[in-house]
Design a protein around this ligand. Structure first.
Ligand SMILES: [Ca+2]
Ligand SMILES: [Ca+2]
Ligand SMILES: [Ca+2]
Length: 563
């Protein structure tokens, strides 16, 4: 081999090595580019608790969605699953490094089954998707995309009654049909009224059937074991075959009547205890939240008896709105204390409003400051918060029901970006000012406030698990509450009125050690000294803040003890 050939061979070898080197260096990059990004569902991005958290519902922020009104993908004026799926990134994009999404971690879907009504609470088939909303394939795609983003999904399970058009009821009209006993029939009119004085017995086929909510929704007869078996089968289908994460149980307290006892009967509680054991046996991470629209004292019975994982707290919802509205800071602190005590050891579903109530923004007379106050109190209090769709942008609406369930306002353009067709229900005329697009780019908007609050809640364990401590304040218009854990605490201060408060002083029962605490301001902008001194005075802890709290100002402050 001559000199020239040696150089040639060396050059070829060098080139080969270079190509191999480039290939090796490029390999991971090429791989990343070629793969569809798969979010890590083992760590629920924005939450300090993972998607694998065995009690995920205790550390979630839920969002209630009326599919018909959320987003229409095909121009028929009706929201659908394809439309909802395309808006999932608005709710949670699955990327922990972005804070441009709302950041919720669970969805409650109002009824998605076939139904003759617009609202869907009268079901005609428990095993398929309302064709207005799409196909089972559309639903599965939605569920998969939600799970990929770390969002759990629960379904409204309407089991107390069906539609009068359900084939079971149609068959039950015939006294000799095997389905006759699936509903509650009487040959004569028993004549008594329902729990709120309403008619509950309705004539049909020469007989009378029982229906607690409305004559179009006859109650099923859960004393018939076939009915229970069928509903268990439907539940199994959605949990085991389809893979949803749980149910919101509609009208739960009315499940089984004991003659004139038409709410919270012993049989009702026993039925839900059995149901709880059943679904926990399928999957310990499946959950239910019961709609037991009653006083907290009555609803905690369902938790003590292990009938649900969680029940909604209607008393607290009413208190937050009315006390924010009237500026009763002290009463608000007392109410949260009382409710936390009643639910001690259990989980309450907290909320401001749902699909059965006038929207919170309407109840607060369109006062955006008060809406922010209510949101701050909801999202820093104990319990698992539920946000009703549109609440985060300040949508308004007062009954009738259709007007509190109007289409989501996405943009200020024609039809609010909800549809390209004729919306099933007219869009609230305030959409040019109240919409996602506008509020997304305004750091002072209600939407930005909700985004901040949800992120703060889900990344501070004291707000998820800490004990609530009421804080007495020198000014009656300042609400203050502490959420305390062993090593840190989060203090929330909300000015409920439109006047300033200077140099407030605070006092609370000694549930947190006295001493110097470092201050980390999570919400608000205030020049703070770097530490706060909590001073023990008898059985109490006192402290003061050398600040002026501005009208309607909201502050969330993390306190970390200095050893
Ligand atoms: Ca549609
Ligand atoms: Ca994100
Ligand atoms: Ca019933």
């Amino acid at each position: 081999m001559n000199r020239k050939n040696i150089w040639f061979v060396a050059l070829v070898i060098a080139l080969i090595l270079l190509i191999v080197l480039i290939f090796l260096l490029n390999k991971p990059i090429t791989q990343n580019l070629s793969l569809v990004p798969v979010p890590d569902v083992t760590s629920n991005n924005q939450s300090i608790y993972g998607f694998e958290d065995p009690q995920w519902w205790e550390h979630a922020v839920f969002y209630e969605i009326f599919v018909r009104s959320f987003n229409d993908s095909n121009g028929d004026g009706i929201g659908d699953f394809a439309g909802l799926t395309s808006k999932l990134d608005y709710l949670n994009d699955g990327d922990p490094s972005t804070d441009t999404d709302l950041g919720i971690t669970a969805i409650w879907l109002m009824p998605i089954f076939p139904s003759p009504s617009y609202h869907g609470y009268d079901v005609t088939d428990y095993y398929s998707i309302n064709p207005d909303y799409g196909t089972m394939e559309d639903f599965n795609l939605f569920l998969n995309e939600a799970h990929k983003r770390g969002i759990h999904v629960i379904l409204d399970f309407v089991i107390n009654h069906t539609s009068v058009e359900h084939p079971w009821f149609v068959n039950s009209l015939d006294i000799n049909n095997e389905y006759h006993d699936w509903y509650i029939w009487s040959e004569t009119n028993p004549g008594y009224k329902g729990p709120w004085g309403q008619d509950v017995w309705f004539p049909s086929s020469g007989m009378f059937y029982y229906s607690v909510f409305w004559q179009g929704m006859p109650d099923l007869n859960y004393r018939n074991a076939n009915v229970t078996a069928e509903m268990n089968k439907a539940a199994s289908y959605w949990i085991n075959d389809i893979g949803v994460d749980g149910f919101r149980i509609d009208g739960a307290k009315h499940l089984i009547e004991d003659e004139k006892i038409q709410a919270n009967s012993k049989e009702t509680i026993a039925w839900f205890q059995s149901f709880y054991d059943l679904y926990k046996g399928w999957n310990a991470k499946a959950m239910t939240v019961g709609e037991v629209w009653d006083s907290s004292k009555n609803i905690t019975t369902y938790l003590e008896s292990e009938s649900f994982d969680m029940v909604f707290n209607f008393d607290l919802a009413g208190d937050i709105i009315s006390m924010v509205k009237s500026g009763q800071a002290n009463s608000l602190g007392s109410s949260i204390t009382t409710e936390s005590y009643l639910f001690q050891g259990y989980t309450m579903g907290t909320f401001l409003t749902n699909h059965d109530m006038d929207r919170v923004m309407s109840q607060l007379n369109n006062n955006q400051d008060l809406a922010k106050n209510a949101a701050t109190i909801l999202l820093t209090s104990p319990g698992t918060p539920f946000i009703y769709y549109g609440e985060e942008i300040g949508m308004t609406g007062e009954k009738p029901d259709e007007k509190i369930r109007t289409p989501m306002q996405w943009t200020g353009e024609d039809l609010a970006g909800f549809t390209t067709g004729k919306p099933w229900q007219s869009i609230n005329s305030n959409y040019p000012e109240v919409n996602v697009a506008l509020e997304s780019v305004d750091p002072q908007s209600l939407l930005s406030h909700y985004r901040d609050l949800i992120r703060i809640r889900l990344t501070n364990s004291a707000l998820l698990e800490g004990k609530f401590i009421k804080v007495n304040v020198s000014s009656p218009q300042l609400f203050a509450g502490l959420r305390a854990e062993d090593l840190e605490a989060v203090l929330t201060i909300v000015n409920l009125k439109n006047t300033e408060v200077e140099n407030p002083t605070f006092s609370f029962k000694k549930d947190l050690n006295p001493g110097l605490y470092n201050v980390d301001l999570l919400l608000g902008d205030k020049p703070f000294s770097e530490s706060i001194n909590l001073v023990q005075v008898g059985e109490k802890i006192d402290f003061s803040l050398p600040i002026t709290v501005m009208p309607y100002e909201n502050l969330i402050i993390k306190l970390i003890p200095i050893n």
